[in-house]
Write a protein that binds this ligand. Structure first.
Ligand code: AMP
Ligand code: ZN
Length: 280
């Protein structure tokens, strides 16, 4: 049986992800990964709280919300729930449909942009030093392979246990560094861990994960062993400094909302402009 608490400790130490004196916000979807990382960091004595975006996608998100309220109460962990519709003015499904129809953006791209935008805004309000997400070894392997198949490995050069952008602009106002303590932990081991600890959670996946390209990659990745997945992501991490020299991304603070992004207007504000609304 793999000791995933030990794997998390090793990753935190090796990459200097988190300090015991830091205020850490765990981005909680209610799924197995983010629930486990919150539980483990709390057990290891980090100053953690949960931050959940209630996506307002019917019973699926209501159940996640109820589960996380109960989980955080049980473990005495503060939890902030942000209502996506109140925050942005529209439901996530509406944004996904419009951006698909008008710009052919995939649901997972829109969802990812909006979640990062809301999480960074709220992590700042909560005065967090770091945002933790539940991305695991399988997610990271999928990313490397998807980018490889798209013929553009550079798309992933910011992806690491602590993202390169985070390290570089860690002191820059407006950006809360994002870290991934489960980066080297296999999805199956996390699943076993949640069952072993009797977490009351939903195992259904977000509709974004059925996005065709990711689903297709996940399907044929099924024959890879965890050791091979680790080699793929480690090999990619080793490669990044060698290939990224002239590809360094500049980070801007968006001229409309003040949030960090890769151009003068951030991706979330590009979506808001398309929809014709400006959130508060
Ligand atoms: P996903 O993009 O759904 O694979 O989720 C990746 C990570 O983003 C999760 O492990 C969480 O840490 C975070 N996350 C996803 N959905 C939410 C949400 N509704 N609220 C807060 N964090 C989330
Ligand atoms: Zn913006």
């Amino acid at each position: 049986m793999v000791d995933i608490e030990e794997q998390v400790k090793e990753t935190i130490e090796k990459y200097g992800l988190l300090g015991k004196d830091e205020k850490i916000v765990v981005a909680l979807s209610g799924g197995k990964d983010s629930t486990s990382v919150l539980y483990i960091l709390n057990k290891l004595g980090y100053n953690v709280s949960g931050l959940m975006i209630h996506l307002c996608m019917g019973e699926w998100s209501d159940t996640h919300k109820r589960n996380m309220i109960a989980f955080c109460e049980q473990h005495n962990i503060p939890l902030k729930i942000v209502d996506f519709r109140e925050e942005v003015g529209f439901g996530i499904c509406y944004l996904k449909d419009v951006m698909k129809a008008r710009k052919n953006l995939s649901g997972s791209t829109v969802c990812g942009i909006m979640k990062r935008w809301v999480l960074n805004r709220w992590a700042k309000k909560l005065k967090a030093d770091k945002i933790v997400t539940g991305h695991n070894l399988d997610d990271e392997t999928q990313n490397v392979l998807m980018n490889f198949l798209k013929g553009n490995l550079f798309l992933g050069i910011n992806s690491a246990p602590i993202s390169r952008v985070s390290r570089e602009i860690v002191m820059k106002e407006g950006f809360v560094p994002r870290v991934k303590p489960l980066f080297f932990v296999a999805e199956e081991d996390i699943k076993k861990y949640t069952k072993q600890n009797n977490f009351k959670i939903l195992y259904d996946q977000c509709s974004c994960s059925f996005d065709s390209y990711r689903a297709y990659t996940r399907e044929w990745m099924g024959s890879l062993r965890d050791e091979q997945k680790r080699k793929i992501v480690e090999g990619f991490l080793d490669l990044v400094p060698k290939i990224s020299g002239e590809q360094e991304r500049e980070v801007y603070l968006c001229e409309k909302c003040g949030e960090p992004g890769s151009s003068e207007v951030c991706n979330a504000c590009k979506i808001f402009a398309e929809i014709g609304s400006i959130p508060n």
